[in-house]
Ligand binder design. Structure first.
Ligand code: DGY
Length: 318
């Protein structure tokens, strides 16, 4: 029997490619380079299944070529890069990769939080210059993490995983979300309004999907409500923060600092942001562990196998 045609927009970890090579006819040799719009259109025109990434913009101009396509398996938990109504209109199923990246993303959120509070990146850079003069009592003072208040905006899987880790730091946790979420044994958190969470947190961490409602959720007004000693951490999607307003807040020290894994116009990062010492900037590493990226690929393949054999997709989002 002929193998189904699969288009992969980007190079995936080798264990995932190994599984693919035995089961599918891969349309074009995947590389790390983002596909051009023409390449995307060609791939979508020829394939029965696609694995694409969060940086591929899958809009009507691409989907209108997809005459044989049955499933788009997005290699991400977020799927704001895909025009879902346009896919649904063409009968194309869209899936994502929830759960498998929750721990990796929560861990990275904590890496940013701790690095910011304790000036880890600045300290590392100083030692590397060879100019560190030795220990002094007033040198490179950061902020305590233990015992402080953590605010979570968006109490889904990742928000909860970040909140659970706070118990180890004896932090109090408040959160804003669409509904109240019960906490597991030994952990406690309190549901508050969005503005209360913004105003009362020492560390404010964002875990909402990007939608028209959450775009610029953290705007100039909310940045002004934050404590001047507070830190903002974003591992969700860049446009959830108004980046121009954040730049002013950081430059004028309206807030103490920001840890960012995501940006409004990735991969473009404003030069002004890179000049600041009260920020830690990462290149969208939320799910970037070897184990997680393999699991994400295997979930994409599970969903594709289900749809191509007429079974329901386990992780269908549209
Ligand atoms: C996702 O899956 O949405 C993450 O941002 C990938 O790192």
């Amino acid at each position: 029997m002929e193998r189904p045609t699969l288009y992969i927009t980007r190079l995936l970890p080798q264990p995932v490619l190994d599984v693919i090579s035995g089961q599918y006819r891969v349309l074009a040799e995947p590389t790390d380079r983002p596909p051009t719009v023409e390449e995307l259109r060609h791939g979508f025109a020829e394939a029965q299944a696609v694995i694409c990434t969060l940086t591929d913009r899958i809009d009507v101009s691409v989907l209108s070529h997809a005459t044989k396509l049955r499933i788009i398996a997005n290699y991400a938990v977020g799927y704001n890069n895909i025009d879902l109504p346009a896919a649904a209109q063409r009968g194309i199923i869209v899936t994502n990769t929830p759960d498998v990246l929750t721990d990796a993303t929560a861990d990275l959120t904590w890496a940013l939080l701790l690095a910011l509070a304790r000036r880890v990146v600045e300290g590392d850079a100083w030692v590397r210059t060879g100019h560190w003069p030795g220990w002094t009592p007033t040198q490179m003072l950061g902020a305590d993490v233990s015992g402080k208040r953590l605010g979570i905006i968006g109490m889904g899987r990742i928000g909860q995983a970040v909140a659970q880790r706070a118990a180890g730091f004896r932090m109090s946790v408040i959160y804003a979300g669409r509904q109240s979420v019960s906490s597991p044994p030994g952990v406690s958190w309190v549901w508050r309004t969005l503005d209360e969470v913004v105003a009362e947190s020492d560390f404010l961490s964002l875990h909402v999907p990007l939608t028209e409602t959450t775009r610029h959720l953290i705007d100039r007004r909310r940045l002004a409500m934050m404590k001047p000693t507070a830190f903002l951490i974003n591992t969700s999607r860049g446009p959830v923060i108004d980046e121009a307003a954040l730049l002013s807040a950081l430059e004028t020290q309206t807030i103490a600092g920001a840890g960012l894994d995501v940006y409004e116009q990735e991969p473009v990062v404003p030069a002004r942001l890179t000049l600041l010492s009260n920020v830690v900037l990462l290149p969208h590493l939320g799910s970037a562990t070897r184990e997680t990226r393999v699991r994400m690929g295997l979930i994409c393949l599970d969903n594709i196998a289900a749809v191509l054999s007429g079974r329901p997709a386990p992780n269908r989002v549209a």
